[in-house]
Each structure stands twice: as C-alpha cells, then as structure tokens.
Ligand binder design. Sequence first.
Ligand code: ZN
Length: 73
Amino acid sequence: MAFPIRVCAVCSEEFELKPDKPGFANRCPACSVSESADPVTKRGADADERKTLKEANDARRQAMRDLLYRKDS
Ligand SMILES: [Zn+2]
C-alpha cells in the first residue's frame, strides 16, 4: 500500500503522508511530534511544573535531613 509522498515544510525531508499521521499534513512525523508536544507542555505546565518540582525537591531534602538526623541519634 503506497502513501503519497510529501516534503516536510519544516525540515524539507520527504515523508509518506499516512492517513493516521498526527499533526500537520505538510510536516513529517518527527516535526509533527516536536511541534505539537512542545508548546502545550512548555507553555501550559511551566509554572505549575516548576512549583511541583520545587515542592518535590523540598520534600526530598526534608526527608534526607530527617533520615540523616535519625541515623545519627
Ligand atoms: Zn520534518
């Protein structure tokens, strides 16, 4: 089964335009993935993600401290 060959608008690579290919029809699968994955995760989750990371780090640091003190005493 042959698919139409398209040239990616981003990286100029030829790719097969499959019916179930996600993303834009004029972008190869690799460019579709990076383009569709980045803006959503970066813009939407950045502040929340940083806050979650900070809280996780604080919790881990606290746990380590507890562990160290408990081992010493
Ligand atoms: Zn591409």
